[in-house]
Design a protein around this ligand. Structure first.
Ligand code: HEM
Ligand code: FES
Length: 355
């Protein structure tokens, strides 16, 4: 809940997270180099720069898979949530490792001629109409450009300046970068006529990313369809969304009303409150959070809002939408029309359950 530009705040969690990333990268590169030297011997020996280039390339590509899989994994199993909190650090690290690979590749393949390396990269191969000799490096360069854009705008400062919606759209480009990289790698393998297993590994990676997104998406869809619309005689649009007994004290849950709108419900102090499911920070799923110190606490980075009015506790000023909610015969019903952010709503008393 920052109020202006502040440098990245490293806390213990983030330090441990970053140390894990750095340690993992160093370990991966070392094992790859040692194993590569043992594997590529004799007539198949390859030079150290090419081995390092491949080590960095596969490391960055693997990291991108982890970045992409963390979202659906956290939706399917809450134990992955801590890994999602600082996913941006993993994204920036992916860009840096990818950049090191690209730097080495450009230096090695384009750095020894009379033409400047970047000009050589763009002009040495223009066979855009042939798959067998397509300039696959350009696809890597485009992907790197997108990863750079995302790394450069990953700080909350940009989130605030661009607005959550534009920022999110920009960061969805990661899927475009992924598609470009899959083509970059697949064409690279095809053109080098490498053995079948690197292609098989890429196939497994793509199937994992696509499969996890499909499974998580289907599960959310089933969940979304569970909401049932009910119009009361007075013409008000109340939607029965859950039972009081579905909700544990100080816990949240997510329900969906018409149009796929997600609402977060919270049970606390003998009452039920409803707010938007979308955190004002980076759109984290508030319904997957819990009540801490009387406040709805986002599971991603811990931003807090009072359940009664959707306002962050002072000195913070963020506000989220609230919803009218009532309890009838143990059923929780919400009016799906969001109230302006920060609007106070009296929690529905659970004691009202008898109707
Ligand atoms: C300007 C940007 C880039 C250039 C010029 C470039 C160039 C290359 C080249 C020349 C190869 C073949 C290396 C070999 O001889 O085996 C390659 C392979 C590869 N690149 Fe890139 N690349 C770029 C960006 C990226 C990025 C951003 C990633 C990942 C995040 C990436 C991932 C890979 C992978 C996974 C391979 C296959 C490695 C292997 O065959 O073991 N590249 N790239
Ligand atoms: S998305 Fe970051 S705290 Fe909610």
């Amino acid at each position: 809940m920052s109020v202006g530009y502040v440098a990245i705040q490293w806390n213990r969690h983030k330090r441990v997270y970053d140390a894990c990333i750095a340690g993992g990268v160093v370990l991966y590169l070392s094992v790859f180099m040692l194993a590569g030297k043992a594997f590529y011997r004799g007539a198949h020996a390859i030079s150290d720069p090419i081995l390092a280039m491949r080590a960095l390339a596969t490391c960055a590509f693997l990291m991108l898979h982890v970045v992409l899989c963390l979202g659906p994994l956290a939706r399917l199993d809450r134990r992955f949530l801590p890994w999602l909190y600082n996913r941006r650090h993993l994204g920036v690290a992916t860009f840096l490792v990818g950049f090191a690979h690209a730097f080495l590749a450009i230096g090695f393949y384009h750095g020894f001629g009379v033409i400047p390396p970047l000009v050589s990269l763009l002009s040495s191969n223009t066979n855009y109409t042939s798959l067998a000799s397509f300039p696959f490096e350009i696809l890597g360069a485009l992907a790197l450009g997108i990863l750079f854009l995302m790394a450069a705008t990953s700080h909350d400062f940009w989130l605030r300046n661009l607005g959550a919606r534009a920022w999110k759209r920009l960061h969805m480009l990661v899927y475009v970068a992924y598609g470009l990289l899959v083509m970059h790698v697949a064409l690279g393998i095809l053109q080098a006529q490498r053995s079948w297993w690197p292609a098989a590994l890429v196939g497994i990676g793509v199937a994992t990313v696509v499969g996890l997104h499909l499974v998580a998406g289907m599960r959310e869809r089933r969940h979304d369809e569970a909401g049932t619309r009910r119009v009361t005689p007075d013409g008000e649009n109340w939607v029965a969304v859950a039972c009081v007994d579905d909700l544990a004290e100080a816990r949240g849950c997510t329900v969906t009303v018409g149009g796929g709108e997600r609402i977060a419900l919270f049970r606390h102090d003998g009452g039920i409150s409803a707010t938007t499911n979308v955190c004002a920070h980076q759109g984290g799923p508030l319904g997957e959070g819990k009540i801490i110190d009387g406040c709805v606490t986002c599971p991603w980075h811990g931003w807090q809002y009072r359940p009664r009015d959707g306002q962050s506790p002072p000195p913070f000023t963020e506000r989220i939408e609230t919803y009218r909610v009532r309890v009838l015969d143990g059923r929780i019903e919400v009016d799906p029309r969001p109230l302006p952010p920060g609007t106070p709503v009296e929690p529905a008393r659970i004691a009202d359950r008898a109707g």
